[in-house]
Write a protein that binds this ligand. Structure first.
Ligand code: AMP
Length: 442
């Protein structure tokens, strides 16, 4: 079919086609198992929320809220936003359902699409998918170390290579104002050398000045005082204990005084896991602690720490590194009908019944579902479909097989051929080796 259509997927969003989607299933299987091993339970969250959750939670002066949200007024006149990230929704759900009441903690995870109006490029999309894990109600550094270890363990199990854990502390409302002022002083002294974006950040969000990728601003940021000198006693001790915990667990990491995250809610720990194989969009995972997020959206005090990792990017890195994704699911057996140019319609019926029976026995089977009213397709065409299906076995049903109550079975790799009783095949038994079968002599 060569038909073309004018309507295309919107810019920055993409279809995850079957050639890729089975790799996602592999990744998500490993993720679900690792989450369970670390005590995180899955939660499904809505993909849209009240806009205020993000404007207050993520922060009014962040790029996400200022420029990237998909916000619309719904038919009930409410301002709604397609979620740009999952943490705020996770915290909202935990509070709404009392998951952390009476000092209880909740370790949760979810995955799904996020939406940001960003400039699309390889590894950066407007609809992208994240895995997200959060530990809520846990204030101590052990929870931070668990979260970092959980993300790193997912990547270890998936076989990702060439990764680096980068760590920083962004302080808390006690010590950050002092550091903020130090940054304003430092950058104001070299105001004339700053780019447009940094000039704006100097006014609205000075911490993000450390984040600029432009070399001229980067040099000024490199010379900025590190936050470590300004951390309050509690933040400094927390940071030391996170580092000690990582060392105890044998994780190598690098501290980076310029690591700040694009979301305002972070306190204390901030971290990223970077890939050496991703070019400009090199972060596969980002996270940290957000002890004041709940209060900023009108909730109770609820400390938390978590991470988000991009599935699109994980799969991209794995493809680039030639990682294994397990076996692609597909037909194990292809059932072909030889209906003697339409003179033996029973062969087609038997093929249909056999295919369904094999499936009911838990064996992935495919059949010639072509122009059945006109008769089975030419045997050659069916063989082409059989080899295209990736099946390892072929079952043939024609007039002679039906006369003998048999099925001809061919191993498509070795070419070896058998005749087995149709009754056996209908119960899923055959040389494909699930269960013993009674073979008939050729
Ligand atoms: P963030 O929520 O910005 O901290 O991002 C966490 C992770 O989500 C990143 O490390 C990426 O792997 C992924 N990610 C963020 N934005 C995008 C995007 N626009 N397209 C694809 N992946 C993204």
């Amino acid at each position: 079919m060569d038909a073309k259509m004018d309507i295309k997927a919107p810019r920055g969003v993409r279809d995850i086609l079957p050639d890729e989607s089975w790799k996602w299933a592999y990744v998500l299987d490993a993720v679900a198992k690792t989450m369970a091993d670390f005590g995180h339970s899955e939660i499904h969250l809505p993909i849209f929320e009240q806009t205020e959750l993000f404007s207050r939670g993520v922060g009014d002066t962040t790029d996400i809220v200022e420029k990237e949200m998909y916000t619309f007024v719904d038919r009930g006149d409410r301002s709604i936003t397609l979620r740009p990230e999952a943490t705020a929704g996770m915290v909202r759900a935990a509070i709404e359902h009392g998951l952390c009441e009476q000092n209880a903690s909740a370790k949760l995870w979810c995955w799904g699409p996020m939406f940001r109006y960003e400039r699309p490029q390889k590894g950066r999309y407007r609809q992208f998918f994240q895995i997200d894990a959060e530990s809520l109600g846990l204030a101590g550094p052990v929870a931070d170390v668990e979260i970092i270890a959980l993300s790193a363990e997912i990547f270890r199990r998936l076989g990702l290579k060439n990764l680096e854990v980068v760590l920083n502390s962004v302080g808390c409302p006690n010590c950050r104002p002092l550091y903020r002022q130090k940054l304003i002083d430092h950058f104001s002294a070299r105001k004339g050398e700053l780019c447009e974006t940094c000039l704006g950040r100097l006014e609205r969000n000075p911490l993000r000045l450390l984040d600029c990728k432009k070399p001229e601003c980067g040099a000024i940021a490199d010379a900025a005082p590190p936050i470590y000198e300004s951390l309050c006693e509690e933040c400094a001790a927390h940071f030391e204990e996170v580092k000690a915990g990582l060392t105890r667990l044998n994780f190598s990491y690098k501290t980076d005084k310029r690591l700040v995250r694009g979301l305002d809610y972070y306190t204390k720990t901030a971290y990223e896991i970077l890939s050496g194989d991703l070019g400009a969009q090199n972060a596969v995972c980002g996270g940290g602690r957000y002890d004041n997020l709940s209060e900023s959206v009108g909730g109770p005090h609820l400390p938390g720490v978590g991470f988000a990792a991009g599935i699109d990017r994980i799969v991209l890195v794995m493809e680039q590194q030639g990682s294994a994704f397990g076996k692609r699911p597909g037909a194990e057996i292809y059932v072909a009908a030889q209906d003697d140019s339409g003179r033996c319609p029973e062969a087609r019926s038997a093929a249909q019944v056999l295919t369904h029976s094999l499936r009911m026995a838990g064996i992935a089977a495919e059949q010639d579902a072509g122009d059945s009213l006109k008769g089975a397709r030419a045997f050659k065409a069916q063989m082409k479909s059989a080899s295209g299906s990736g099946a390892g076995w072929l079952c043939v049903l024609g007039p002679s097989e039906l006369a003998q109550g048999a099925v001809t079975v061919k191993n498509l790799q070795s070419g070896e051929q058998f005749s087995i009783a149709l009754q056996d095949a209908l119960q899923g038994r055959g040389p494909w080796g699930r269960r013993p079968c009674s073979r008939q002599a050729e």
